[in-house]
Ligand binder design. Structure first.
Ligand code: FAD
Ligand code: NAP
Ligand code: FMN
Length: 574
């Protein structure tokens, strides 16, 4: 299921579901909204039109008085605005006269069992209500568990490879109509891929530069580049072996129902190798729905029994320790269930395995300092669990593996606005707090502001050791020397007690208060979502109390006002 801004309609014509903008041309009797929260409590991109529409001031309060609804939220309680979109949408629908079948469901990525922990009981109650209102017609039965729905697509295999290579044509694309996008990314030549942490440091971090000449791409400080990674060649081979697929065979993809679009990322015809390397996310940790469908498709009694156990609500603890805790991948699970894997009909591949998601990276360079170039700072995800093989992040490891020194390398990418925007006025100060790779967007901002002659650039940077992971040290020091930047550092592991950016903020309380309260400074925060944003906000409110003499509630209100007026902005990632 596409989970962003998803709308299911149960109308006279039956149930239709899709990932499309919703415009109530007529009042639907029952609507189920499924919505994630993105950014800092923002609606996801594909929900933004709907969001603007539903919050129009001129909508009468009786607009939805004929409509029953339910809201399923997908969020993460490590973010300050947990499931904000679902909660706000629920309130707005009530305001417009809708009747809520249930309280909003607040799925939480942080829960041990994932969002299912909240969704399972909620769905149970939802179906009870829905079937009470709309009983299944007597001539139709409920599809019993264990019977798969028809696949969304069929794969029609071709007897031989096409003469023209559709994949190369597809990737190169015809003249793109506008700037590069998810549908038509730009194949950016990678210029450099340089490790910027010392070789002895545990964390591999890369500064990667792309040449974007002729791409039509344009960006400003705070924008984000999206990159669609590929699976490792060895994983592609292993997947094909376990499923009994020939990677060199070509197929055309046909939707089973009219009007269902084929994924734009796939050429037609497409090889199995291309499908697996570019589209199927075999390196992701499978969700419960994967086990449900796999169980339906399994011809092997023992394997089916185990898969059914993992699919059942009572099996979730066991599924968690088998799959989520050790971060076992789709491919590894398929290897553990070889009889089932070997029997998966190719038609079901796109139902079973989700598409590879693009990954976002804060752009770390400014076009004013590096024309026709785009740089990113990438922390390579690599960690161990109880499984023998170390876990590797798909995109960061793929990027790290590319070596432009050995031959041309191209990476499909496009750009979108991020959460951070910087003031245009020449002398409005900016306080930027970016520990670790969180400093990336501030490198772009500092370059842009220095090139424009904007003053008042204050950067708080934190890392572990000065000589191991101090990104762009010489650039910052040079700018300091020229009087264009004021830098404060926190080297967390150079002394017994941890020193973080928030400690520096507290120490520099009088300056921070003066900049914010008297000089109208903007405050920015970027980096790891875990712990740091809450700690930095706490440090800020303590500065407001200590230096501004504000009471606890007044300090919280002061911070809230900075947020409302965009003078406190953050971009954090888990
Ligand atoms: C707006 C935005 C800007 C970003 N900017 C940057 C940036 O400038 N630089 C940057 O490096 N990243 C940035 N990121 C993060 C980036 O998008 C990717 O999430 C990151 O590179 C990891 O992707 P991956 O494909 O390598 O890892 P994946 O294959 O997606 O694996 C990552 C997942 O592995 C799990 N994981 C990771 N470490 C551990 C661990 N130690 N223990 C257990 N589980 C773990 C977590 O579930 C994590 O979500 C940004 C993200 C966003 C949303
Ligand atoms: N989820 C995690 O717990 C975790 C931990 C490490 C790395 N990572 C991942 O590793 C990659 C690299 O991360 P990164 O180097 O960009 O940043 P980072 O891991 O966040 O570390 C950057 C600096 O921030 C410090 N830090 C840790 N907790 C903090 C807090 N609550 N407040 C302020 N500073 C804090 C770190 O110190 P210390 O490390 O000395 O405490 C370090 O000096 C990312 O992919 C990140 O997600 C994740
Ligand atoms: C960049 C980013 C920002 C997020 N911001 C929030 C947030 O403010 N509140 C929240 O509850 N969840 C937040 N989340 C968590 C997502 O809502 C959650 O992971 C959801 O399951 C994502 O659904 P999707 O995979 O369909 O995008 C954020 C996730 C990311 C990656």
């Amino acid at each position: 299921m596409c989970r962003r801004g998803w709308v299911a309609r149960l109308g006279a014509g039956g149930l239709t579901a899709g990932c499309r903008p919703w415009t109530p041309t007529r009042c639907e009797p029952l609507v189920i909204f499924v919505c994630a929260t993105a950014g800092q409590g923002d609606p996801p991109d594909n929900m933004k039109n709907f969001w603007r529409f539903i919050f129009r001031k001129n909508l009468p309060p009786t607009s939805l008085c004929q409509m029953d609804f339910a809201v399923l939220g997908l969020g993460d309680s490590s973010y300050a605005k947990f499931n904000f979109v679902a909660k706000k949408l629920h309130r707005r629908l009530l305001q417009l006269g809708g009747s809520a079948l249930l309280p909003a469901c607040l799925g939480d990525d942080q829960h041990e069992l994932g969002p299912d922990a909240a969704i399972d009981p909620w769905l149970h109650d939802l179906w009870e209500k829905v079937l009470g209102l709309y009983p299944v017609p007597p001539d139709l039965g409920v599809i019993p568990p264990g019977v798969p729905l028809p696949s969304k697509f069929t794969l029609r295999f071709l007897p031989e490879a096409p003469k023209m290579c559709s994949e190369e044509q597809h990737v190169a694309g015809a003249d793109p109509p506008g700037p590069p996008s998810e549908q038509q990314p730009f194949l950016a030549p990678m210029v450099t891929n340089q490790r910027v942490t010392s070789p002895s440091h545990f964390q591999d971090v890369r500064l990667i530069e792309f040449d974007i000449t002729g791409s039509g791409l344009s960006f400003a400080a705070g924008d984000v580049v999206l990159i669609r990674p590929q699976n490792q060649a060895s994983h592609v081979q292993q997947f094909c072996r376990v499923l009994g697929l020939d990677p060199d065979q070509f197929f055309t993809l046909l939707p089973r129902e009219p009007g269902v679009p084929c994924p734009t990322q796939l050429p037609q015809p497409c090889s199995v190798r291309h499908l697996v390397s570019h589209y199927l996310d075999v390196a992701s940790v499978p969700r419960r729905s994967f086990f449900e469908l796999l169980a339906c498709l399994s011809p092997h009694e023992l394997e089916r029994e185990k898969l059914l156990q993992f699919s059942a609500p009572q099996g979730q603890e066991e599924l968690y320790s088998y799959c989520n805790r050790p971060r076992r991948t789709v491919l590894e699970v398929l290897c553990d269930f070889p009889h089932t894997a070997g029997a998966v009909p190719a038609d079901y591949l796109l139902d079973l395995i989700p598409p590879i998601r693009p990954r976002a990276f804060s752009i770390a360079s400014s076009l004013l300092a590096h024309p026709s170039r785009l740089q990113i700072l990438v922390a390579v995800v690599h960690y161990r669990t109880r499984l023998k093989e170390p876990r590797r992040g798909l995109c960061s490891s793929w990027l790290a593996s590319l070596d432009p020194g050995r031959g041309p390398v191209q990476v499909p990418l496009w750009v979108r606005p991020g959460s951070l925007t910087f003031p245009e006025t020449p002398d409005t100060p900016v306080i930027m707090v970016g520990p670790g790779t969180g400093v990336a967007p501030f490198r772009a901002a500092v370059q842009e502001r220095v090139a424009r002659g904007q003053t008042g650039n204050f950067l708080f940077f934190g890392c572990r050791w000065r000589d191991q992971d101090f990104y762009w040290e010489s650039e910052w020091l040079e700018l300091e020397r020229k009087g264009r930047l004021t830098l404060f550092t926190a080297f967390s592991r150079e002394q017994e007690r941890k020193v973080y950016v928030q400690h520096r903020l507290r120490e520099l309380g009088p300056l921070v208060w003066d900049l914010l309260d008297r000089r109208g400074a903007y405050f920015y925060l970027a980096g790891n979502a875990k712990g740091m944003p809450a700690d930095v906000s706490e440090a800020l409110t303590s500065v407001f109390r200590e230096e501004g003499g504000l009471s606890g509630p007044d300090a919280a209100n002061y911070l809230a006002r900075l947020q409302r007026t965009m003078r406190f902005q953050s971009e954090t990632w888990a």
